[in-house]
Design a protein around this ligand. Structure first.
Ligand SMILES: Cc1cc2nc3c(=O)[nH]c(=O)nc-3n(C[C@H](O)[C@H](O)[C@H](O)COP(=O)(O)OP(=O)(O)OC[C@H]3O[C@@H](n4cnc5c(N)ncnc54)[C@H](O)[C@@H]3O)c2cc1C
Length: 297
């Protein structure tokens, strides 16, 4: 359980970190909270020759409303995201998700940027950023680019990031009037990754018509899945029993689960149906001003 030998760098500035990443491209890995990378290095599944520790860089852990967006630094850890009044008020599904990630240690050390870059198919942040139509700000010594969450996840543990690139911010569009959401996950035991997770962000007008809808599914495919067909069924419609049933059915079809130790594929499709219905119900109650717990089922 000892990692292979590696050179360790702790840059003092973002520019220095980007320079090191460029210089050691292909041989270096970034270390943020270390919650995923360190165990993999100990198992020697990951054997980077150089480790660039960005975990203590200043200015990359902010959570602020800016230019109509919520700008979240890549080094923001899960626990502050769960507790942030701004996050709880503007995008409660992010607080829901942050609160059900792993255990206390994981939530205190793990970062949102690290979790997204890790792209674990069962990770909780993937479905949330898809439901919210978030963008990731990515930087390298070559310059800056923005990647839509929908374009970011390429395969299990694979993203659109180049090997010299860092995620520096998660940019969440400011919620429209009355928009709110919920994230729900079922796991086998507390602290476990999801058997399935569903993120919903919606806005419903005074006539009960769904004006805005985003749905992300987690742990039911090689990547998190944006349930675009379920979204299309709900968008512009009254949320009647029949419409909700159709949307739940569509989301279950869009899911691509496999049978594994966490459950059969059929069970996971059933979960998607049930979690979507329940997450929408919670979001609707929240939109009426009710305080409703979510996160764990
Ligand atoms: C026991 C346990 C339980 C867990 N349970 C859950 C769970 O229920 N749900 C869940 O979602 N997650 C879970 N996790 C994972 C957790 O969320 C980690 O925090 C996260 O996956 C990685 O974040 P990190 O900051 O620790 O990244 P690190 O481990 O430091 O890095 C992970 C990967 O991302 C890269 N990286 C890190 N930061 C950046 C960046 N800014 N830009 C580009 N690349 C970067 C690294 O090079 C590495 O490849 C669990 C982890 C453990 C150990």
């Amino acid at each position: 359980m000892f990692p292979a030998r590696f050179d360790y760098f702790r840059p003092q500035t973002l520019e220095e970190a980007l320079g090191l990443l460029q210089e050691h491209q292909g041989e270096a890995k970034v270390l943020a909270g270390g919650m995923s990378l360190i165990p993999l290095m100990k198992l020697r599944v990951a054997k980077p020759a150089r480790l660039i520790d960005i975990g203590r860089l200043s200015g990359l852990d902010g959570i602020e409303a800016r230019d109509g967006e919520l700008a979240i630094g890549a080094l923001a850890r899960h626990a502050p995201l769960e507790e942030s009044p701004l996050v709880r008020e503007a995008v409660p599904l992010m607080a829901d998700a942050a609160g059900v990630i792993g255990d206390t240690q994981v939530r205190n050390w793990g970062t949102i940027g690290g979790a997204l870059a890790e792209a674990d198919p069962a990770g909780d942040w993937g479905p949330v950023v898809l439901a919210l139509n978030a963008r990731l700000r990515c930087l390298s010594a070559r310059g800056e680019r923005f990647i839509a969450a929908r374009e970011f996840f390429r395969d299990a543990y694979a993203t659109a990031l180049a090997s010299d690139e860092l995620v520096t911010q998660v940019l969440v569009p400011g919620p429209g009037p009355g928009a709110t959401g919920a994230y729900l996950k079922l796991e086998r035991k507390a602290g476990d990754f999801a058997i399935a997770g569903v993120a919903v962000q919606l806005a419903v007008d005074e006539q009960g018509v769904c004006r805005e809808i985003g749905i992300g599914l987690g742990a039911v495919g090689l990547t998190p899945i944006k349930a675009v067909q379920a979204e299309a069924i709900l968008r512009g419609q009254r949320l009647s029993e029949a419409t909700l049933a159709d949307a739940a059915e569509a989301a279950a079809r869009e899911a691509e689960p496999v049978s594994d130790i966490r459950g059969s594929a059929a069970f996971k499709r059933d979960l998607v149906r049930a979690l979507l219905r329940r997450a929408i119900e919670i979001a609707l109650r929240r939109s009426r001003g009710e305080q409703v717990e979510a996160g764990h089922v």
